[in-house]
Design a protein around this ligand. Structure first.
Ligand code: GTP
Ligand code: MN
Ligand code: MN
Ligand code: MN
Ligand code: MN
Ligand code: MN
Length: 199
């Protein structure tokens, strides 16, 4: 297990801890950018009320609901429709990055990934922009992650220069690699470019 990670059981045994669950929803697609470049996959993130990018989801109280039931409840609020999440979608758990160097976070983050059909992703996007109670409040809108590199180093590299909540940026990068949604070479180039643009 990587540093900062803990098992789901260890996490749930922590008495003074708060828990949050977030999910990366994605689908395969045959769509082509500019009618010629296959984009291959759709990955959803959201622009949060605080101006940071993150994944849909939120705080869960394990004394009142399972992690998955809590995550599904948050998705109903933020996406405006039912997206059932099960233990099969669970990926990993870690401590939230501390806000300042001398504070230890009592927030534990559980991360999920769920593959959907392209049509279901479109339904999510529609509902999130219309019926979701949190639309325009907690959530300013859903965004698709550009997974490709365009001319002038655009696409994924520019996307990665934005600011992300918690460790959502590394959750995204790790998931893209693990699920082979982006080639390691494309990802490495995009990361190198995004770091240089930040400097
Ligand atoms: P309220 O309903 O206002 O309580 O918000 P919420 O329940 O939707 O909580 P939120 O989604 O903001 O998540 C709670 C905390 O988890 C945040 O304050 C962040 O510290 C962290 N967090 C939020 N989004 C992500 C994410 O995508 N990845 C990770 N790792 N952490 C996140
Ligand atoms: Mn949330
Ligand atoms: Mn919420
Ligand atoms: Mn909430
Ligand atoms: Mn809320
Ligand atoms: Mn693939």
């Amino acid at each position: 297990m990587a540093s900062g990670q803990l098992s789901r059981e260890e996490a749930l045994a922590c008495s003074g801890c708060r828990h949050a669950c977030h999910v990366m929803l994605y689908a395969d697609t045959a769509s082509k950018l500019f009618g010629r470049t296959p984009i291959r996959h759709i990955v959803l993130m959201q622009m949060r009320f605080d101006g940071l990018l993150g994944f849909p989801g939120g705080l869960v109280n394990p004394e009142e609901e399972s992690l998955e039931a809590g995550l599904s409840r948050e998705l109903l609020e933020e996406l405006g429709l039912e997206v059932p999440i099960t233990e099969e979608d669970y990926v990993e758990t870690c401590h939230a990055p501390p806000i300042s160097s001398n504070s230890r976070s009592h927030l534990i983050l559980h991360f999920y990934v769920k593959k959907m059909e392209e049509e279901q992703i479109r339904e999510v996007e529609k509902a999130a922009a219309s019926t979701a109670v949190d639309h325009g409040l907690e959530v300013m809108g859903m965004v698709r992650v550009p997974l490709f590199r365009t001319n002038h180093n655009g696409g994924l590299s520019f996307f990665l220069t934005h600011s992300f909540i918690g460790n959502a940026r590394s959750q995204l990068i790790t998931s893209l690699l693990r699920l082979n949604l982006v080639s390691p070479q494309t990802l490495a180039k995009a990361l190198r470019k995004s770091l240089r643009m930040h400097a």
